[in-house]
Design a protein around this ligand. Sequence first.
Ligand code: ADP
Ligand code: MG
Length: 265
Amino acid sequence: SAKKTATTTARVFCIANQKGGVGKTTTAVNLAAALAEHDKRVLLVDLDPQGNATMGSGIDKRSLSTTLYQVLIGETDIATARVRSEAGGYDVLPANRELAGAELDLVELEAREKQLKTALAEVSNSYDFVLIDCPPTLSLLTLNGLTAAHGVIIPMQCEYFALEGLSDLVNTIKRVHANINPDLAIIGLLRVMFDPRVTLQQQVSAQLENHFGDKVFSTLIPRNVRLAEAPSYGLPGVVFDKASKGAQAYLSFGAEMITRVDSLF
Ligand code: ADP
Ligand code: MG
């Protein structure tokens, strides 16, 4: 299918949840690969000093001299710092431990929460989608992500305390929307690591649908070991084992995102 023309402006989405280990990075990497598979031009921004999205895209975080860190402190631009993920078919703005220091450096700057947004503006015609893999904190890094984004995708496990944890993030999104970024919206909640045999998960899933209605994506991402194995090969799960249930689910999610974004923007 035809790619969009170079005049398209990228739609920017944060993958966020203030809990760790809930599937943010797995979702960011696999959604990037799925959108690329659907012929979209994608930039994946690794906003987590752990650099898991970088490594999971087949890029060695230890070998990098230029990363998101230099972009955030204004030393370089995204066109210089980005790296191609040959495995995934998308570009990566990579990160490593150096990014943890950005918190302190940013405090010195006046437009500290707008650094990423400003940097992205220069490349926004080159992409259809920009996906930002957020760290599990509501830090200045995450604030840069939320300030740059049109929307937030919230991956979550259907566990007992899932809804409770969500309220802090939803409040933060509301505050950023009110004070800094009027474009910001919750695009949707994505149920991940789902096991339909667990009654509690079915109940929480139904609760989410009741509470959030069509904000809940209809695609369910199953718990699937192939998704967990893929990063150690430096490959998105979608590429590592395309036939696996997890990969197929993320490909469906990519299609659902494209439809949802077309209807919203
Ligand atoms: P986060 O970025 O929110 O910390 P990750 O995406 O790194 O979370 O996921 C945490 C762990 O769970 C990782 O080991 C990952 O491989 C695993 N994982 C994520 N999603 C799935 C899934 N759908 N099925 C099986 N394992 C998963
Ligand atoms: Mg992560």
